[in-house]
Design a binder for this molecule. Structure first.
Ligand code: SAM
Length: 290
């Protein structure tokens, strides 16, 4: 739980354990909405330069201005690292930003989004309609359930890709970062399937990332690799996702120029795809090559 405050016209999220903070100057609307759901506290702010900001349990989640960075990089590298991603599950992602990007891929036959808190989606419909219009896509299914339970009950080898777009590993999301959950994921994935999980900051959370990769290997994934990208409103401004592959001997790379161009992305490209998997020496040293 981060401490945050609205002081002198600014929203500030203090990362007390890191001795850092992130602030956005508020616009005229200031604090637009706040509520406590059965799972978390959700606040919505109007900011002067980043548009609308959603905050969950004091942590910045998504803003109008920058969410494309996160949502493009949580999806396209994963989908283009699979030969034929037909059936996709998104755990979390209640703002529908990840779902929006996943369904830009015509090869995806069905995408199921499972968020524990329906209020995130309902508030996103009000404040981020550009993200939630994807709900009308006939390939999309929105469920409101605990992703831990949903994956446990998922049919064996029924999915090609699982994307974990959750809050930090505390509270309802804690169980999404562990060996038991990864075992349920690998059972639900088809051979060649991928698990992709938002894995926090390579600068601040490298030990957590190493632990997650270790648990994924213990669960039976053949290989893992880290992808990194800028994420201005999250702690350190530098974020990552951990990719785990079920079986296979090498990573797939599907970067047909016309297909990538057709995605109409603003940050993702074939070059960024390749660059985002290149590890800085200090990260490679800590994670090793697996
Ligand atoms: N990081 C994303 C971004 O920047 O756009 C937003 C993440 S999304 C808002 C995080 C979601 O994870 C929340 O909506 C929360 O309800 C959901 N969540 C947390 N624990 C969960 C669980 N066990 N099962 C399903 N969803 C969960």
């Amino acid at each position: 739980m981060q401490k945050n405050e609205v002081m002198a016209g600014w929203f500030t999220e203090q990362m007390a354990d890191q001795g850092t903070a992130f602030s956005l100057r508020l616009g005229k609307g200031r604090h637009l909405h706040g509520e406590k759901t059965p799972y978390q506290t959700i606040d919505i702010y109007d900011t002067e330069t980043f548009g609308i900001l959603m905050v969950i349990d004091g942590c910045t989640m998504v803003s109008t201005r920058e969410n494309f960075l996160y949502h493009e990089m949580m999806t396209h590298p994963a989908l283009n690292s699979h030969a034929a991603p037909r059936d996709v599950a998104i755990i979390g992602g209640g703002d529908c930003g990840t779902l929006t990007q996943v369904l830009k891929h015509p090869e995806v036959r069905h995408a199921t989004q499972i968020d524990i808190d329906e209020r995130v989606t309902r508030l996103a419909e009000q404040y981020f309609p550009e993200l939630t219009e994807v709900e009308r896509d006939p390939r999309a299914t929105l469920l409101f359930d605990d992703g831990i339970k949903w994956v446990k009950d998922a049919a064996q080898e029924s999915l090609d890709l699982i994307i974990i777009d959750s809050t930090d590993p505390v509270g309802p999301a804690e169980g999404l970062f562990g060996r038991k959950f990864y075992k349920d994921c690998i059972r639900a994935l088809r051979p060649g399937g991928l698990l992709v999980q938002q894995s926090e900051s390579p600068l601040l959370h490298l030990d957590l990332i190493a632990e997650m990769a270790g648990y994924m290997h213990e669960a039976g994934f053949a290989a893992t690799r880290l992808l990194h990208f800028p994420q201005p409103i999250y702690p350190s401004g530098w974020w990552s996702s951990l990719h785990a592959r079920k079986g296979g001997t090498q990573w797939v790379e599907r970067l047909d120029a016309a297909a990538v161009k057709a995605l109409g992305t603003r940050y993702y490209s074939a070059e960024m795809h390749r660059a985002a998997f290149v590890m800085p020496p200090f990260v490679a040293a800590r994670l090793g090559t697996r």
